[in-house]
Design a binder for this molecule. Structure first.
Ligand code: NAP
Length: 256
């Protein structure tokens, strides 16, 4: 029996760590992002695992649906070779941009933001939920959320809103899957502050755009940002646990 993970945002940050650690722990990975991660094919080879990357801009929904279709074909081939007993869908790709007071946010930037952070995870999840009857492989879905889903933050109206929507989507789909007795499980995961490009972008804001800028600069100076490998390890422990709780919003701070 084999397990396979579909991960968005594998080119860097948390997604790259998730892909790398899953390959090292014997789980095949299909990655989605606009740019490639050069290290992952090597990790796959070294660990005798399967890795395939699909270049896709998840804000382009027709492109994402076509990518999902190609991934489904890939999964069918893999399943015929060696039976797959679990598919993990890790909706990790996300953006914090645009950061500014809400009256200054441009509509086009808002649309892209909502597409990437809210719509793309829904589209990918919906696609595989629909195909699950045909594939007959249970799904474990994790949506990477944020503490910003629970707390309003000056300058982050888009980000707080999309992460809150992701949490409610998770809880609602979990309720449906429970009532339908599909066996599929879906969770959200709040990874805490991590040392990634997203934090670099946050620190490049002005105080007018983002009132808490100094606090976030201090996080970097004081080494308070977690490394993504550590965070990825916690999420992998959660999703690979037999008792993963459907609809739960998991918080990294409850684990480390
Ligand atoms: P990151 O380093 O900025 O990486 C973002 C990833 O998302 C990249 O692989 C990027 O790939 C992908 N992505 C962005 N836009 C995309 C698009 N249009 N199409 C396809 N892929 C796209 O971010 P991170 O810090 O690892 O964040 C990962 C997740 O954790 C996000 O959901 C974020 O909201 C959440 N989070 C992060 C922090 C933090 O402190 N860093 C805190 C709380 C929550 P390409 O650019 O190659 O497409």
């Amino acid at each position: 029996m084999a397990k396979l993970a579909v991960i968005t945002g594998v080119s860097r940050g948390l997604g790259a760590s998730l892909a790398n650690l899953l390959l090292e722990s014997g789980i095949d990975v299909i990655g989605i992002s606009r740019s490639e991660n050069r290290r992952l094919p090597t990790t796959a080879k070294e660990n005798n695992q399967f890795y395939r990357h699909f270049a896709c801009d998840v804000s382009d929904i027709p492109q994402l649906e076509e990518t999902a279709r190609l991934i489904e074909e890939e999964i069918k081939v893999k399943d015929a070779e060696q039976e797959i007993d679990t598919i993990f869908i890790l909706n990790n790709a996300g953006v914090v941009h645009p950061i500014d007071q809400s009256q200054y946010l441009k509509s086009k930037e808002l649309i892209d933001h909502v597409m990437i952070n809210s719509i793309a995870p829904m589209v990918l999840t919906n696609y595989f939920l629909k195909k699950q009857k045909e594939l007959e492989i249970p799904l474990v879905i994790a949506n990477v959320s944020s503490g910003a889903a629970d707390n309003p933050i000056f300058g982050w109206s888009a980000y707080c809103s999309t992460k809150a929507s992701l949490n409610m989507y998770t809880r609602t789909v979990a309720l449906e899957q429970e009532e339908l007795k599909t066996g599929n499980r879906i969770i959200a995961f709040s990874p805490g502050i991590m040392d990634t490009d997203m934090q670099t972008e946050i620190r490049s804001s002005t105080k007018d755009q983002f009132a808490e800028i100094e606090k976030f600069k201090d996080y970097k100076v004081n080494n308070s940002l977690r490394q993504t490998d550590l965070v990825a390890g916690v999420l992998i422990d959660i999703i690979t646990d037999e008792d993963v709780r459907n609809g739960e919003i998991y918080y990294i701070n409850d684990y480390i």
